[in-house]
Design a binder for this molecule. Sequence first.
Ligand SMILES: Cc1cc2nc3c(=O)[nH]c(=O)nc-3n(C[C@H](O)[C@H](O)[C@H](O)COP(=O)(O)OP(=O)(O)OC[C@H]3O[C@@H](n4cnc5c(N)ncnc54)[C@H](O)[C@@H]3O)c2cc1C
Ligand code: FES
Length: 255
Amino acid sequence: MPKTIVEAKVIGQQILSKDVKLIEVFAPEIARTAKPGQFVNVQVSKQAAPLLRRPFGVAGIDYKSGTFKMIYRIMGEGTQILAELCSGDVISIIGPLGHGFDLTAKHPLLVGGGLGLAPLLYLAQSFLKKNIEVLMGGRTASELFWQDLFNEETAAIHMTTDDGSLGTKGTVNALLPQLLETGKYDCVYVCGPVPMMKAVVKVVEKAGLPCQISLEKYMACGFGACLSCACGGVGKRLKVCTDGPVFWSTEVKEW
Ligand SMILES: Cc1cc2nc3c(=O)[nH]c(=O)nc-3n(C[C@H](O)[C@H](O)[C@H](O)COP(=O)(O)OP(=O)(O)OC[C@H]3O[C@@H](n4cnc5c(N)ncnc54)[C@H](O)[C@@H]3O)c2cc1C
Ligand code: FES
């Protein structure tokens, strides 16, 4: 699997919501090789702290300009430093890392919530036939700014909000069963908070469809050396950073 350490130049940042930003960086080696579902490990600062690199999914690539995008929520020290970077700053990035999505589906349904929609955005960009549908869920309408980012890549966007302020009221599972009943999808791709993913997998497996899940675990090295990202697979332990982060739902038992 190609893996490079690059000094990537920040092209710019965009505010997507009060605590979510999009950063675009110039890193032609990564832009050329990153597959949807793979991630990169970012050293947000040249200072001693924070010591560990921070992992982020690839949210989109501009092959012509050699740039790629990450979308991130400001959570703590690392993402706060990232949020303060300006155009022209340089950051060290290792990637692409991990194992991405299987892209053989002919009519995929992408199901996401929160920052889980970031890798699904690049997944949507990567399917050549634009008959992809997306089901996205959020607590309230302002969390579904993602619809503008997905518009060009998809045939249909279905939305749910916990408070009913946009789309169907409830979680994504308020809509998922009726979407699956149409019988038009051949694979479901899920990324989001763990309780949401578990609930979605149950419904998808009951419907007899294959399901790919993208897992997020605390990571240190990002390339298989430290075991900090282990989870329980069928008959063996799995490392999310190298065996995943994308798995078939049937491969993982404890997550
Ligand atoms: C493979 C992978 C892909 C990821 N992709 C994205 C992405 O595309 N966009 C994005 O915003 N985030 C993504 N994350 C999560 C991101 O790495 C963390 O939010 C980030 O490292 C937090 O760094 P920080 O220094 O700001 O926060 P810290 O100071 O390290 O932590 C702040 C808070 O965030 C929590 N936290 C930190 N890391 C994680 C984690 N991995 N899972 C759950 N909670 C965590 C901590 O418990 C703490 O409460 C991804 C994580 C992994 C493993
Ligand atoms: S993060 Fe070190 S083994 Fe996965």
